[in-house]
Write a protein that binds this ligand. Structure first.
Ligand code: ASP
Length: 706
């Protein structure tokens, strides 16, 4: 039989009983029943049981079948049979049928495996997922085996279907899929760039895109109106468990739109993506301002699947005698708390005092934690005696206390410490008390972010990126206090405590964009240098526009509920941003660095970029009075770079001493006898009239570089 006749294991149904078919795949498992040999053959679509029976197969065939091992790649021909009653396997889709083999070809043998690939045991109702317990680096080192595992295969197939759904949906809404460069210059998303050295332009670098932000805005200025791209982005950030140095974004931008367009579009899209695996999300998604999110959950990516919202009780204690609270409030502080309803049985005094107040809350940055439990209509704790009845009554009201409730409170002069510590306690308690409902999804838009954040140096930096539109434009770019009050037209889509994506309505007015750069402390020159090409585009009728990007690895991982995003990426980097399969990142040979002119750069602070180099060659051409054509420029550039490297080497070798630049003493030479025949014009100055520089009676030229 020919491969063209091959069918997939998973396609065979009881209707095929009696049919002769050719299957191809890998030996998933086998079992020898004294003469009768059973094999599970696995391909991408599923598993089929193959039977080698001496009644049907030749002795030679049975013998060859007996020498098969796990993960041999084979082709088998045989007839589809119904399984005998009682021998069905409910674990596999084809559990009611099997193939009586009549031919077998071993296409390729397999070494002993580093871990088990099979996830389906031969015995009905047992599913072996032992590879889940294998060290992740080993799985990544043999990723091609790991993705043979049905669970990984399913993840990649689901990812594909989700991506297809995205493409179809956005196409139906008039969006065009357009690619933007990967070798580009820096895009400001707040991370470090991955740089790629250019061989053709020595000492110049491309940056890999942190996002296609600038290009997608240029596409809007280019009149494309609606764009999307499933784009690879690169950010050189510190390691975090669920972060990859390269990741996939669904990048979207549209013109003549506002926030509502984005909410509508992205909600519809998200509902569709989750529906790919049968999860129903209801719309409209919730919306909460950044300030409210911080006030009630201590996070700008709140997990709203459970309650435990913060209650502000600062005003209860304005007149308090409890000295710790009084001192904090005198310093302009805050007191916030959570009512953990009906959990006093789970949170004993000992747990609250010795675990939470002494250990856990301080580990989240709080100096202490106050707790109370409501029993017999009274609030109890180790410090209630310090509070007045009025205060205790006010607490009961504010927290809506009933018996069995537990209150925790954090007080601190810093709003950031109160919200951050209480926010972490909120999550800790929700996990400990199993308050997070399984299989639930709570999407929420976070809106009205601050436009700027304060830096340690007393300046501001963009919370999102500098192209985000502010909520008003009449601000003074030098007034830091005012800048920090500005809100942006940015939005984040958050689900279950994770940020799935974010975006904003952009600035489309060139003057406003310049004002934002000024607020960020960039001089006109720095702005021109960094974003000149981008700002120039705003001089030619930029339409109003906005967009967003969704982190697709995260989104797919959320949809499939995998323990990490690496489970939905075919070839991810490990937790230390390395690839155990290819060994990347790896050392390179000196010759490669030399070819890229990256050797001996140690002592230079700043390497000359193309523009400066251009100037350098123009300058050289001028001082040496030698015209340099466009063709000669790269050659001259190389010569200069080599010279530079030599100088550098010499400088390094010379240490503190002035390096020797000339091996022979330098003197001026004139042809003997020429002095006497000086032109009369030289006396009047006429002769040297057009000389760029003159010394005595001589025309001054630059020293010649040989
Ligand atoms: N470029 C932004 C990001 O990567 C998303 C956007 O503003 O559209 O976060």
């Amino acid at each position: 039989m020919l491969f063209s006749q091959r069918v997939f294991c998973g396609q065979i149904t009881p209707d095929d009983v009696g049919r002769k078919v050719l299957l191809g795949g890998w030996v998933d498992a086998f079992r020898d029943h004294g003469g009768l040999l059973f094999i599970h053959l696995r391909d991408r679509s599923g598993i089929m049981q193959i039977v080698f029976s001496p009644e049907v197969a030749s002795a030679d065939l049975c013998q060859r079948a007996a020498s098969l091992h796990a993960e041999y790649c084979i082709a088998v021909t045989g007839e589809v049979k119904k399984r005998l009653a009682g021998t069905e396997n409910p674990n596999i889709e084809t559990g009611n049928i099997e193939l009586m083999a009549t031919e077998l070809t071993v296409l390729s043998e397999s070494d002993t495996l580093p871990f088990t690939v099979s996830e389906k045991a031969m015995v009905p109702a047992t599913v072996d997922r032992s590879a889940d317990k294998v060290a992740e680096d080993l799985r990544l080192q043999y990723r091609y085996l790991d993705i043979r595992r049905p669970s990984m295969r399913d993840n990649l197939m689901a990812r594909h279907r989700i991506f297809q759904c995205v493409r179809e949906f956005l196409d139906s809404k008039g969006f065009l899929e357009i690619e933007t460069p990967v070798l580009t210059s820096s895009t400001p998303e707040g991370a470090r760039d991955y740089l790629v050295p250019s061989r053709l332009h020595p000492h110049n670098f491309y940056a890999l895109p942190q996002s296609p932000q600038l290009f997608k805005q240029l596409l809007m200025i280019g009149g494309m109106e609606r764009y999307f791209q499933i784009a690879r982005c690169f950010r050189d950030e510190d390691l975090r468990p669920n972060r990859q140095p390269e990741f996939t974004q669904l990048d979207i931008e549209a013109s003549f739109i506002d926030e509502e367009f984005i909410y509508e579009l992205v909600e519809e899209l998200t509902v569709k993506m989750f529906a790919v695996v049968g999860i129903k999300l209801s719309r409209p998604f919730a919306r909460i301002t950044y300030a409210d999110a911080m006030d009630t959950t201590g996070s700008d990516r709140p997990d709203l699947r459970f309650g435990l919202r913060f209650v502000d009780v600062t005003d209860v204690f304005y007149q308090t005698n409890y000295s710790i609270f009084r001192q904090i409030l005198q310093r302009g502080g805050y007191i916030k708390g959570i009512n953990i309803k009906g959990q006093s049985e789970m949170l004993s005094k000992n747990v609250l005092q010795n675990e939470y107040a002494k250990e856990i809350a301080p580990s989240f940055g709080a100096k202490g934690m106050t707790w109370m439990r409501s029993e017999g209509g009274k609030l109890e704790s180790n410090i209630v005696q310090f509070f007045s009845n009025q205060e205790l009554e006010a607490l009961r009201k504010k927290f809506d206390v009933a018996d069995g409730d537990v209150l925790i409170m954090i007080a601190d002069p810093s709003y950031a410490i109160v919200t951050s510590a209480l926010g972490q306690l909120r999550l800790h308690l929700a996990n400990r008390l199993s308050l997070i409902p399984a299989n639930s999804f709570f999407p929420v838009w976070i809106t009205e972010f601050p436009l700027f954040e304060a830096t340690d140096e007393g300046a501001v930096t963009s919370s999102h990126h500098p192209f985000t539109a502010p909520d008003r434009i009449d601000f003074d770019p030098k007034n830091i206090e005012e800048l920090l009050m500005l809100r942006s037209r940015a939005y984040d889509l958050v689900m279950n405590g994770e940020e799935l994506g974010g975006g904003s309505i952009r600035i489309n007015d060139r003057n406003l964009q310049r004002k934002i750069f000024a607020a960020l402390g960039l001089t006109e020159e720095e702005t021109r240098e960094k974003f000149g090409f981008f700002l120039r585009a705003f001089d030619f009728g930029a339409p109003p526009h906005g967009g967003l990007a969704l982190g697709m690895d995260r989104t797919v991982s959320m949809i499939l509920q995998t323990p990490s995003i690496r489970e939905v990426i075919a070839f991810p980097k490990n937790r230390s941003a390395a690839c155990p399969l290819t060994g990347a990142p790896s050392a390179v040979k000196r010759e490669q660095l030399a070819e890229l002119r990256l050797l001996n750069l140690g002592a230079q602070d700043l390497l000359l970029g193309t523009a400066q180099k251009g100037n350098r060659i123009d300058h050289l051409s001028w001082v040496s009075r030698i015209g340099i054509s466009a063709k000669e420029r790269p050659v001259m550039e190389q010569i200069l770079t080599q010279a530079e490297e030599l100088v550098l080497l010499a400088t390094q070798k010379a240490g503190k001493e002035e390096p020797i630049r000339n091996v022979a003493p330098v003197t001026n030479h004139t042809r003997p006898g020429t002095e006497e025949k000086r032109s009369a014009l030289s006396q009047t100055g006429q002769l040297l009239k057009s000389a760029p520089a003159v010394k005595g009676n001589y025309y001054k030229v630059a020293s010649i570089l040989e």
